[in-house]
Design a protein around this ligand. Structure first.
Ligand code: TYD
Ligand code: MG
Length: 459
């Protein structure tokens, strides 16, 4: 019979265990296992939903097809006309796609989703709000200047009711804000728990694929706490977008970390204004607009975000420390990577950082993850250490190896092009990248083999 067996589910990664443990064996998170009861009857339904989640056909009727026989069909994409958004989606919202947009609370996810009503005034959009009232969403839409009668609001958290509304309205686009509030009434666990989030997602996914509209799930990322992190959802959706940025800065970056219909790691840059999000088509200009000239510790790097290169200023401040352990404070860059770069500078260029505090800041609240920005970080630190301004007309491109060597970076050409476009005189690039670009661009290109060589060149 349907006996209820307690299970303990990690709220971070979804790992299941039969007894409680302090540390999750799946992801190592502490205190993340929470008891969830589920009846056997419900369990039995679940694989069913997942098995035919792909296209709604019963699994048994699926015949293998030879490659040439597989029909491509027409690629139907909904273009919003907002380039920053369409690019991240891989050229528009694919019909039948199921996407997750995740981000910290308050970053602007609901704002972006509401803006869709303005981007696509002729499309029927069903905006399901589980956190705010319809009134609140309307006030926001008003603030954004949206008054489309194709935008329907539904304050609902029950998946079945949402499905009913979908059948009634037949939307082109469904927004579920947020997935953590949505629940399936046949499951006993609380909304926001891993099983609820996973199963409501599975139901919405099936609905999306059956009816061939497109869905955006909004998900909060919580570093700690009881709400299921969107990590458990990442494999269930076609596209994972992160909406990120520094709350204290106006810039927001929409980044695709997974996209079945386009390039991953593509970014779109927006500015949060009083009257909503404004697309920023030329982010390099913005990120460089407040640059200090003639100040030590500032360099410009070129980071390739998806297919697009952007130029960003790196700022460093190196001061003698008054602590026994010097401080390393980094915003927008991996602190371990900084430790490595400082160690290389110390060993290869003789700059003794061990009795200095080092602060690194990536201007504009951007987060850089590409190794090609290493060289710029290293030179910014060296520049501040010696208190000599780095050459302001140079863009620095290169990965720093442990031996102090400057290593090759990928796709050098678009980076050089962007630097030339923004009026820089010189690009310092890895020696081994030189042959790809020499003489092709309107900019001086200097090859670098060793970090020490670059220090001498630009300081
Ligand atoms: P919101 O979209 O509610 O964030 P999320 O859904 O990710 O939690 O945005 C919240 C912030 O955005 C809030 O602090 C107010 C600000 N905001 C603007 O600055 N301008 C606007 O036009 C709107 C609608 C919001
Ligand atoms: Mg919100």
């Amino acid at each position: 019979m349907a006996s209820s067996q307690p299970r303990y589910v990690c709220q971070e990664c979804g790992h299941e265990a039969h007894k409680w443990m302090g540390k999750c064996p799946g992801c190592g998170a502490w205190n993340a296992l929470v008891q969830e009861t589920e009846s056997a009857e419900v369990e039995a339904q679940v694989p069913d939903l997942n098995a035919d989640g792909r296209d709604g056909e019963p699994a048994g009727h699926n015949q293998p097809e030879q490659l040439p026989e597989v029909e491509l069909g027409e690629e139907a994409r909904l273009q919003t006309g907002v380039e920053e958004f369409d690019r991240v989606m891989g050229g528009g919202i694919m019909q039948g796609s199921f996407s997750l947009i995740a981000g910290d609370p308050g970053i602007g996810k609901s704002t972006l989703m509401t803006e869709l009503g303005g981007y696509l005034p002729d499309r029927t959009i069903l905006y399901v709000t589980g956190e705010e009232s319809k009134r609140q969403v309307k006030l926001r839409a008003h603030r954004l200047g949206i008054d489309s009668d194709a935008l329907y609001l539904l304050a609902e958290t029950n998946v079945e009711e949402i499905a009913n509304a979908v059948h009634d309205i037949g939307p082109d686009l469904l927004v579920a804000d947020s997935i953590q509030t949505i629940y399936r009434p046949d499951l006993s666990s609380a909304p926001g728990s891993v099983s609820q989030v996973r199963e409501s997602t599975a139901s919405l996914r099936k609905l999306t694929k059956d009816q061939e509209f497109s869905t955006f799930l909004v998900g909060h990322v919580t570093k700690k706490g009881t709400i299921a992190g969107p990590r458990v959802l990442e494999h269930m959706v076609d596209t994972v977008l992160y909406f990120e940025g520094d709350q204290n800065h106006a810039y927001r970056i929409l980044r695709s970390v997974k996209n079945r219909f386009g390039a991953a790691n593509e970014i779109g840059v927006f500015e949060m204004r009083e009257d909503g999000l404004r697309a920023v088509p030329n982010p390099s200009e913005i990120f460089l607009s407040e640059r200090g000239y003639g100040v030590s510790g500032s360099t410009v790097v070129c980071s390739l975000e998806g297919t697009r290169p952007i130029l960003v200023e790196i700022q460093a401040l190196v001061t003698p420390t008054s602590y026994s352990t010097p401080q390393r404070t980094v915003t927008g860059f991996a602190s371990q990577r900084l430790q490595m770069i400082l160690a290389v500078l110390e060993k290869r260029a003789g700059l003794a950082f061990s009795d200095h505090d080092v602060f690194i800041n990536v201007a504009g609240g951007v987060r850089l993850e590409e190794p090609a920005v290493d060289l710029g970080v290293a030179i910014a630190a060296a520049s501040s250490f010696r208190d000599i301004p780095a050459d302001t007309g140079s863009v620095l491109i290169g990965e720093v190896g442990l031996g102090g060597e400057i290593r090759t970076v990928s796709r050098i050409e678009p980076r050089i092009k962007e630097a030339a476009k923004l009026g820089f005189d010189r690009a310092v690039v890895p020696e081994n990248n030189l042959d790809r670009i020499a003489g092709k661009h309107d900019i001086d290109v200097a090859g670098a083999e060793q970090l020490t060589g670059v220090v001498d060149l630009v300081l």
